[in-house]
Structure formats: C-alpha cells, structure tokens
Design a binder for this molecule. Structure first.
Ligand code: NDP
Length: 463
C-alpha cells in the first residue's frame, strides 16, 4: 500500500511517450494523479521524432528552392545558390533534440515518472518494464504505429519515412511506392531539392479518400512539377545492382533503375508482443486496440488512444483524446471525443487543406448538394511565372445551406483551412461565408466570394 492509501504503485501508467501519451500523462499528473510513462526509445513519438515535425522542417527547406526560382520574376538575381542536404538534416536534428528536451521538462513539471525501457502488459493492473514490474490502477496504451511494408522479394532494400528523414545524402533518383499522405509529402521534398522522383501507385490516382477534385488537382500539379506518377502499377521485386543502385521490376514486367526505394504504404498499430491479448485486451483484425467512447478497452482498467486504435491517425486527434482521458479519469469531467469535421492537411507541394465531407460523401449522405469550385493562378505567380493553379471547393447541403465540406489545394491551404474548420464546427452556412468580408488581396478571400454553384453533373461523384 502506498502513502496515498492506494494498493498500486501509480494511479496511471502510460505505455508510449508520443503526443497522445504525453498529453494524457502530464494532464493527469497536473490533476494530482501519480503517473508513470514508459518509453523504450526517445520521448516525443512519431510526430516529434519521425513524422509531422521533421517532415515539415524538410518541407520548409524544400520550399525555399521554389522561392529562389520565383525570386527572378521579382527582380532578384541569386547566383550560386546551392543546397546542403546534410546541413538541413543536422539543423533538423538539433531542433528535434530541443523539442525532446521540452517534452522531458513538461513531464517533469507535471510530476510524471519516466520509466525507460520497453513496456509490456502483464495483467489488468501490472506493467513490466525490462523485467521489472509496476502496478497501476489504470493503464493507458499509447504505443502509436509503425510503417508497414509488403512482403516482396528485395523489400529489405527499401526504406520507410523513418530512414528518409535521416538520409546521409540526397539521392539523384528516388522511387516512392504508395500514394498516401507520406508518399506525396516526400515526393515534394525530394523533387524540390533536385531529385528525380517517381511515385508508384497501385490505384488510378493518389490520396484515396480525399475529394476527387483535390486528388486530380494535386496529381496534375505534382506531374507539372516534374514528378512521374506510375499509375495502376505494382512493384514485384527489388534488386541491388553491382553499382549500388536498385533495379525495380514491375508487375507488368518492365524494369527501372533508381538510387533509393522508399515505401509509404501505410502504418499499423504497435500492438505485437506486448501481452495485450493475454491480458484480455481485444484487438481488431489489423491489430488495433478496440475502445469505446470513454477510450476503455475490453479490460475496464486499460485504456487506449491515438494511432494504436487506428481510427483517425493524426496527432491533434491523439492529443485531444489524451485530454478527454485525463478529464474523465482524474477530473470527473466525462468528455467524449467528437470526430466530426476533423481538419487535416497534406504538406505536399502545393499543399492540401481539407475539412468535412468530400463531394462523394456529401452526395451519399445528403443526396442534393451544391458544389462551388474556384480555380485560379495565385497573385504571387503572376510575376513569378510559376505554372501552379490553386483549387478551392465548398460543398453545401441544399436544404440547410450548411457548408459540409471545404477543400483547397494551393499555397497556405493548411493555414487557411484551420479557420474554415472553425466555421464548419460552428455550423456555418453558405450565407455566413457569403456575408463574411474577404481579406484582400489573398487567396483565402475566394472562400467568401463563390457565388455560382456548379451545374448538377450528369454523373455526380456518388460511388
Ligand atoms: P496512407 O494510408 O495514407 O496511404 C497508404 C498508401 O499506400 C495508399 O496510397 C495505398 O494505396 C498504398 N498501399 C498500401 N499497401 C500497398 C501495397 N501493398 N503496395 C502498393 N501500395 C500500397 O498511409 P501513409 O503511410 O502515407 O500515412 C499513414 C498515416 O499517417 C496517414 O493515413 C495519416 O493519417 C498519417 N499522416 C498524416 C500526415 C499529415 O497529417 N499531414 C502526414 C503523414 C502521415 P491505395 O490507395 O490503393 O490503398
């Protein structure tokens, strides 16, 4: 029995110090709970160490290549500009170390004990960390996810986004397999910094699940920027050549040579060999932890959040779940996560911002919808001469006039869509958008000036 009268070592043990686990732990700690967090590698998780943050820093670095090209149209002569890839990687790593330090400080300040090592679940109230056991009234599973690779001959030659963020040098030719968030983001980074990029997708287009106009616009922009997209294409095998490059054999039989093969074919929850099923925690067929709306697993004292539950695998969703968990468990406030209108962005070049339903989803859900589309060349590119078009799209439910979807491909789309997401969350109607005065001259103002819906299409996107 502890000094607090609890029969457990801790009130909460969290397994996994990523965004969701850290948020839940430090809020719980600040609310007075006795909390420990288990982490086998560095504190910070995918977002800080292997995902959102380092990727965005590389996107910034890559974007400067475009800015340098665009500068000429504004009267600048920039001679001798060269990019130093190792310098970018070193600067990025330094920033990650700083952020890791911030995470350590946040945990310390909330009184959270860091248990370093690999955590496994022994039973409903016990966690083992490298052979030593600790008990807790509640256990929170926040182990995140990890890239998955298909089992094809030579797959050991392929890297994932984990390694792509730490390449020693920028290869001349890069082949990226997959057409999701990660694939298109890295295609943009490598292409802008000068590599010859081929994106290999098994479907007819990139970004399954996104609005069709967004998919078409972005794939067209990627191709215009020099990225080759091989559609309806599967890799059969990869071989290393004597020269140190890689030979890719496609299912259709052709071969292609490349200097780097990167797979971005999805991620899977980190639930293997953790004692979960033995402890009674139910997983789905993809290995994701099943939870209810209170984030409780099939074991009442064990909870889960974030990518390990494989629902909306985005950092801000995991951190919001972390807050719900802490409030419900240690502050008597039964908050429930609201998964409607979660905005997201793809930091491709150009980027995407999106919130709400795609046109297809909206037609399926409501039948009749009005669709407003604007395509234009951003003002900046009148002088820069860059051949890049912006797409903005609103989807409005006819009877209520509510805006149920907003999508954009173009500069600053993620920044712009965050504000639009607030409007959708507040239930804004198209009349509200129309009554809002634009900020001139911006691209964003276009969301307030879309007057004419598209004519009803003969074959609306309903499949
Ligand atoms: P995604 O699920 O987004 O995309 C996976 C891609 O790989 C799809 O294009 C899929 O094709 C393809 N694929 C799957 N299996 C195979 C296979 N065996 N052979 C060939 N292609 C295959 O996964 P990502 O890895 O890009 O990202 C994982 C998650 O991480 C995202 O879903 C997102 O939630 C999150 N993320 C978010 C970011 C952001 O917010 N900006 C950035 C990066 C990641 P198909 O469409 O045909 O199934």
């Amino acid at each position: 029995m502890s000094a607090t009268g609890s029969p457990y070592d801790f009130d909460l043990i969290t397994i996994g110090a990523g965004s969701g686990g850290v948020r839940a732990s430090r809020l719980s700690g600040a609310m007075g709970a006795r909390v420990a967090i288990v982490e086998g590698t560095r504190v910070g998780g995918t977002c800080v160490l292997r995902g959102c943050v380092p990727k965005k820093l590389l996107v910034y670095g890559a974007h400067i290549a475009h800015d340098l090209e665009d500068a000429a149209g504004y009267g600048w002569t920039i001679d001798g500009a060269r990019h130093d890839w190792p310098a970018l990687i070193a600067a990025k790593n330094q920033e990650l170390e700083r952020l890791e330090g911030v995470y350590h400080r946040l945990l310390r300040e909330a009184g959270v004990t860091l248990l370093e090592g690999r955590g496994t679940v022994v039973d409903a109230h016990t966690v083992a960390v490298d052979g030593k056991t600790y008990t807790a009234e509640r256990i929170l599973l926040a182990m995140g996810g990890w890239p998955t690779l298909p089992d094809i001959p030579g797959i050991e030659h392929a890297i994932t986004s984990n390694e792509a963020l730490d390449l020693k040098e920028l290869p001349k030719r890069v082949t990226i397999v997959g057409g999701g968030f990660i694939a298109v983001e890295f295609a943009g980074i490598f292409n802008a910094l000068g590599a010859e990029v081929t994106l290999v997708i098994r479907a007819a287009n990139i970004l399954r699940g996104f609005d069709e106009d967004v998919r078409q616009t972005l794939s067209h922009e990627l191709e215009k920027s020099g990225i080759t997209i091989r559609r309806d294409c599967q890799v059969r095998s990869i071989e290393k050549t004597p020269a140190g490059s890689y030979s890719i054999r496609y299912a259709m039989g052709e071969e292609a040579e490349t200097d780097l093969v990167m797979y971005a074919t999805g991620r899977a929850p980190n639930t293997a060999n953790l004692g979960l099923e033995e402890a009674g925690v139910k997983l789905n067929e993809r290995g994701a932890v099943l939870i209810d709306e209170a984030l409780t697993t099939s074991v009442p004292s064990i909870f889960a959040l974030g990518d390990v539950t494989d629902r909306i695998t985005l950092t801000p969703v995991a951190t919001a779940e972390g807050r719900c968990f802490a409030e419900r468990q240690f502050n008597n406030r039964p908050l429930v996560m609201d998964y409607e209108n979660v905005p997201s962005a793809v930091f491709s070049m150009p980027p995407i911002g999106t919130v709400g339903l795609t046109e297809t989803q909206a037609r399926q859900r409501f039948g009749a919808v009005d669709v407003y589309i604007s395509r234009f060349k951003a003002m900046k590119h009148t002088l820069s001469g860059r051949d890049e078009r912006t797409l903005m799209k609103l989807i409005v439910e006819k009877t209520s006039d509510k805006v149920v979807g907003a999508h954009m491909v173009g500069a600053d789309a993620p920044e712009i869509l965050q504000g639009v997401a607030i409007a959708l969350k507040a239930g804004a109607t198209k009349a509200h958008f129309d009554a809002t005065i634009g900020i001139h001259p911006t691209s964003a103002e276009e969301f307030c000036t879309m007057r004419e819906p598209l004519p009803e299409p003969d074959n609306a996107h309903t499949e």
